[in-house]
Design a protein around this ligand. Structure first.
Ligand code: BDP
Length: 327
């Protein structure tokens, strides 16, 4: 008896699918930070969970330390589906997804608790939903502590001290506008270029949290650190929408669950790292200016809010964030 080629092909495909387990999927993940940084460890932990739940069918291959490029490039590659998972700050997404600028606004959060409550809740979900039409699926938010100014010229205690200072910022018009509102010259630059630019005087300073100030060794070339805490802009873990769309609903649920479980793990690592980084910087003898009157910095931000939260939808988002109760 002769079988049609189509039937034979169907039988072959069926026996293949019975014989072979579903192809293993190792998601390619990028992070600008090096091995051992809390964000890197959290995503590795997420990969271990996925792998143990699926007997190795799903997992994460982490490329830390800018191996796949600076954040701007890796975001493009994630949107294109070349990178599956990316851990970035919200700032470099501001130009792609306008809603991401709102939690990155200076002084919008009263505390880390406030930031966590907002981002873990409905508002955080809405901002993630806004990413989808731009090719990204939000998986989780991670802490990034508070960003503060450091520089090699003089201690900053008020905006007047920043007049004319060349301060590196992330690739975000919001961060550029923030520096300009304080009288500084904003210099957008990729993270990996900042150490050298500080060391050879191309810039006077930058702004970041304790772990980044320490892990990048910027503290060695920018001695004055002012704890003005202008931004609590969180980190976000995103997946390429094209990768996401290729997963079954059950696998999507596993990815989300593993990402959610990586959050408390990340926060424990984060708190420990903040303390450890602070110790390293203090032991180096840096000048830490912790007694800062934040009000003049806050007052200078009115034009920034007007520009980046000017539409009714975005200003409504600001009000809803401010109305969220937390410490
Ligand atoms: C760090 C963020 C990282 C940013 C970096 C920066 O974790 O995602 O790339 O700041 O300033 O705190 O570029």
């Amino acid at each position: 008896m002769k079988h049609s080629p189509l039937l034979m092909a169907g039988v072959a495909a069926l026996s293949l699918s019975l014989a072979a387990p579903a192809a293993a999927q190792q998601f390619r993940a990028a992070d600008t930070h090096s091995d051992g940084y809390p964000t890197v460890e959290a995503v590795e932990y997420m990969g271990e969970l996925l792998s143990s739940w699926t007997n190795g069918r799903m997992g994460i291959q982490m490329f830390p330390g800018r191996q796949l490029g600076e954040e701007r490039d890796t975001i493009e590659q994630t949107i294109a589906g070349v990178i599956d998972i990316n851990r970035v700050n919200l700032a470099p997404l501001n130009g792609i997804v306008p809603e991401t600028a709102i939690p990155a606004l200076p002084f919008i959060f009263r505390s880390t608790e406030h930031m966590r409550t907002v981002m873990d809740g409905e508002i955080g979900q809405e901002i993630m939903a806004a990413m989808e039409e731009h090719g990204l699926v939000g998986l989780a938010y991670y802490d990034s502590g508070a960003r503060s100014f450091y520089n090699s010229v003089r201690p900053i205690t008020s905006p007047a001290d920043m007049e004319g200072m060349r301060i590196r910022v992330q690739n975000s018009d919001l961060f550029v506008a923030t520096m300009e509102a304080l009288g500084a010259n904003a210099t957008p630059m990729e993270f990996g270029q900042v150490y050298e630019a500080l060391a050879n005087g191309v810039i006077d300073g930058a702004e970041n949290n304790w772990p980044s100030y320490e892990s990048t060794r910027h503290f060695e070339v920018a001695n004055h650190y002012t704890l003005n805490q202008h931004s609590l802009s969180p980190e976000v873990l995103v997946m390429s929408k094209s990768t996401w769309d290729g997963l079954s609903a059950a696998d999507q649920a596993l990815v989300l669950k593993a990402a959610a479980l990586s959050v408390p793990h990340m926060r424990d690592l984060w708190d420990a790292r903040v303390a450890a980084s602070r110790e390293v910087v203090e032991a180096n003898g840096n000048e830490i200016i912790s007694d800062v009157d934040k009000q003049p910095f806050i007052d200078a931000m009115a034009p920034v809010y007007e520009r980046f939260a000017g539409t009714p939808e975005l200003s409504d988002l600001v009000e809803r964030i401010q109305a969220v109760g937390a410490e």
